[in-house]
Write a protein that binds this ligand. Structure first.
Ligand SMILES: Cc1ncc(COP(=O)(O)O)c(C=O)c1O
Length: 389
């Protein structure tokens, strides 16, 4: 259940500024910051390895917390330094053969798509782009029609960085399962914002980051790997944590998803992210989702009354991310003006979304991303200022 007053009292910056950049990096609650600082202090007092030994339960909590968040087993979770690297590790764990196809959508995250282009240059693998429909979501009929015997992977970003429409991941998962194709879901913007259940989503691999809607620390991320796929997915790099050196010429890989981890890790961040996930679980994801929906509806209603504002999300499934263009105003200038009024928003750059903003000649646009700890009053203040700029 959400007690907004209590939650805002856990977030001191809420008294100082209006933070509508949660899709960039949200404000961490005090228990998360305290857990990180406590572990850093312990490292300073005892030594890093000794501190990790003492904190083994808090470290292990990371896996249990993500197991609950995603409805999977803790053994299907790996701690990775960010979502991009987690996604890369997932992609390159597939043994592509010459002529294989990868299907993806126009809302795919920039770094993911760049890595697909990179892969296509290195190997004879074909990237097939499935168009979006009029609502901004991947066209499911086209997806089904594009699948062939050569399709090895479907990669989908659940909620794009530059657009707030929620992509139909469950339906994509069903198509992937029916066709026995590996499904990789980028849940960077949906983890901590929507209830996620990997068995319902039908994904084989899912990645995310700590700092966005999960309210964890920067420089942390995670990867889910379905245990039934583990044996066919081999990490591109291994080390003495992901594998065991069994004799001079041999090794065996770890039997769980931690085969995708590095030995060296930001331990305080791992502990902090585990605490952040528990914090979200305590509030409950369905409540978080409905609170964000309420705030987004309020925002859209208020913004649509402001002259010259065009909101870009068209689907019936908008998330906490709302993007807009203000006629005659530069997105960068608007962001700076809001910043000088202690309101954080961001700019989605065309250069980071060539398949969407670039193709549609939209240029750079403004992005507001709301979280459950924001309020209707903050939105009113923001809209008031928007009307005057
Ligand atoms: C949809 C999406 N995927 C991936 C990422 C990359 O996350 P990270 O910075 O943790 O690598 C982002 C970050 O903005 C994102 O929005």
């Amino acid at each position: 259940m959400i007690d907004i007053e209590r939650i805002r009292s856990d977030c001191p910056a809420c008294q100082q500024l209006i933070h509508f950049n949660n899709a960039g990096c949200s404000l961490s609650p005090t228990p998360v910051n305290e857990a990180i600082l406590a572990h850093l202090k312990l490292e300073q007092q005892l030594g890093g390895y000794e501190a990790a030994e003492l904190a083994s339960n808090s470290i292990d909590n990371f896996y249990g917390a993500f197991g609950k968040l995603l409805n999977c087993s803790p053994g299907e979770i790996a701690y990775v330094e960010n979502a991009t690297r987690a996604w890369d590790m997932a992609l390159h764990s597939i043994r592509f053969a010459s002529g294989d196809q990868i299907l993806t959508g126009e809302m795919e995250y920039a770094s993911n798509y760049l890595e697909l282009l990179h892969l296509a240059r290195q190997k004879n693998v074909e990237i097939k782009l499935v168009p979006t429909d009029a609502s901004g979501c991947i066209d499911l009929d086209q997806l089904e029609n594009t699948i062939s015997a050569r399709t090895r992977l479907i990669a989908l970003t659940h909620i794009a960085s530059q657009r707030g429409d929620i992509q139909p991941a469950v339906e994509v998962g069903q198509i992937a399962r029916t066709n026995k194709v590996v499904f990789l879901l980028d849940a960077c913007q949906s983890a901590g914002q929507l209830p996620l259940d990997v068995s319902e989503l039908g994904c084989d691999m899912l990645c995310g980051t700590g700092r966005k809607y999960l309210r964890g620390p920067r420089g942390t991320g995670f990867l889910y790997i379905n245990k039934d796929r583990l044996e066919e997915l081999e990490p591109v790099f291994i080390d003495l944590h992901s594998a065991q050196w069994t004799d001079a010429g041999n090794y065996s890989l770890r039997a769980d998803a931690r085969r995708f981890e590095n030995w060296e890790q930001f331990i305080a961040g791992k502990i902090g992210l585990g605490v952040a996930v528990n914090y979200a679980l305590e509030i409950e994801l369905p409540f978080i989702r409905s609170r964000i929906e309420e705030l987004v509806t309020h925002f859209r209603n208020r913004a649509s009354a402001v002259q010259g504002i065009r909101i870009l999300e068209q689907s019936s499934a908008p998330s906490g991310i709302i993007t807009f263009i203000k006629q005659g105003a530069s997105a960068n200038v608007l962001q700076k003006k809001f910043r000088s009024n202690k309101m954080n928003i961001s700019v989605s750059k065309q250069a980071n979304a060539q398949l969407d903003l670039g193709r549609n000649k939209l240029g750079d646009i403004n992005r507001v991303s709301l979280h459950y700890y924001n309020t209707a009053q903050e939105i009113d203040q923001f809209i008031e200022l928007l009307g005057t700029l």
